[in-house]
Design a protein around this ligand. Structure first.
Ligand code: HEC
Ligand code: HEC
Length: 345
């Protein structure tokens, strides 16, 4: 009898220890998304996985589906459709196009969302829950076990960082965009044909004979799953993975998985025409492209006109017994009233 009691107490203690709330938080540099061989680490992984599963069922299942195949009940109304976590063709990542994203990439997507698509920003989830969701997403595809962990493409120094005036960076970006990287084979061109050829020749290539029709519009492209995607027109559209220079550097340097957009980091090094000449292009130029694209994005029309009335800040009460007495003078001068301008354009 005594033995039985001891065993029961032992089991109760073990069960307590296994309760998710009792687990010590994983260290920052610990990769908890891969099952560890045994012992303590294994149970940390299991607890995170379980938390991830329940958060997934609460927040993600409606779009991404029960099994994670991207076929939730809302999916048929969405374009682009929600990501299929089983095939795991994640688009926005710091790793080379075609490779799996890093944990940091997944965390960024979950907390910041993908603007211009249905993917919301889950800013209020705790770091622990986001970590748990990442662990769960990674359990949905065998690719995470089969493939080595991805490395982000290197973040080279921004050669223009210290310059107060970025116009040189933007001009260099315009030349690279049109004359070397030929981004306009999918995205729109933003300068006339003659100017494009000027840039092409300056990079040492023969002038183009002809240009695609609708050169100044985006060219829709099917991705590897047959879904037609629209390369953004930077003067008009949203970009999903963020508008900061670093976000744009990442999108251009790493490329976008399963789309026609390649990893530019691997093809931007162009040596000079003769030995001893400076290179015609190098990795630092990825920053020039980022400055140029960001400059185009800044020129987009605001989503709402400036000084439109902000309903949320100035809610009108519905009074059953007449409104309260009016203040005798306006408390907020018009110039200080909030506008609906987007803070991060
Ligand atoms: C309202 C629908 C909706 C909900 C809810 C939703 N997503 Fe998404 N999610 C999408 C769509 C749509 C995309 C694809 C966007 C695209 O391809 O540009 C997406 C893409 C993603 C991606 C892929 C990003 C990439 O690089 O390809 C991840 C990761 C993701 N969602 C995670 C989550 C998680 C985790 C949750 C729950 C916490 C969630 N989503 C909830 C609609 C949703
Ligand atoms: C072969 C076609 C192709 C070429 C060339 C191309 N892109 Fe793209 N790009 C795409 C497609 C398709 C998308 C949209 C993917 C999606 O979100 O659905 C895209 C998306 C982007 C995005 C937005 C990422 C986001 O956060 O939504 C940026 C920025 C971008 N491209 C910049 C460039 C630049 C700069 C170049 C030239 C250096 C370039 N692209 C060349 C096809 C291309």
């Amino acid at each position: 009898m005594k033995h039985l009691l001891l065993i029961a107490a032992g089991i109760a203690l073990l069960a307590l220890a296994a309760a998710p709330g009792c687990k010590p938080a994983p260290a920052d540099d610990e990769d908890t998304s891969r099952p560890a061989a045994f012992g303590y680490q294994q149970s940390v992984h299991d607890a995170l996985l379980e938390e991830g599963r329940s958060a997934y069922l609460q927040y993600c299942v409606g779009c991404h589906g029960d099994t994670g195949d991207g076929n939730g009940p809302a999916a048929k109304f969405l374009h682009p459709p929600p990501r299929n976590f089983i095939t795991a063709h994640y688009k926005f990542s710091s790793a080379r196009a075609g490779r799996l994203p890093t944990d940091a990439d997944l965390k960024r997507t979950i907390t910041q969302g993908l603007r211009g698509s249905a993917m919301p920003a889950f800013r209020l989830l705790s770091t622990r829950t986001v970590e748990a969701l990442v662990t769960y997403l990674k359990s949905l595809s065998p690719r995470w076990k089969e493939e080595d962990a991805s490395m982000p493409v290197p973040l080279v120094d921004d050669p223009y960082r210290r310059e107060a005036d970025k116009s040189e960076a933007i001009a260099r970006g315009e030349a690279l965009y049109h004359g070397l990287a030929i981004c306009w084979s999918c995205h729109p061109a933003y300068v006339p044909e003659a100017k494009i050829n000027e840039y092409v020749v300056a990079f040492g290539n023969p002038a183009r004979e002809g240009f695609r029709p609708n050169l100044h519009l985006a060219e829709a492209k099917p991705n590897s799953e047959g879904i037609v995607l629209y390369p953004p027109d930077f003067l008009r559209d949203f970009v999903r993975a963020g508008t900061s220079l670093e976000d744009l550097y990442r999108s251009v340097a790493a490329g976008i998985t399963s789309t026609a957009m390649p990893t530019w980091y691997d093809s931007i090094e162009i040596p000079g025409a003769n030995p001893g000449d400076p290179p015609r292009a190098s990795a630092g130029d990825l920053w020039a492209i980022a400055y140029y694209v960001q400059d185009l994005l800044k020129k987009r029309p605001p989503l709402l006109k400036p000084n439109t009335f902000n309903l949320r800040a100035y809610a009108q009460g519905i009074y059953l017994h007449g409104p309260p007495p009016k203040p005798t003078q306006a408390t907020t001068p018009e110039s200080e009233q909030p506008t609906n301008f987007e803070p991060d354009f």
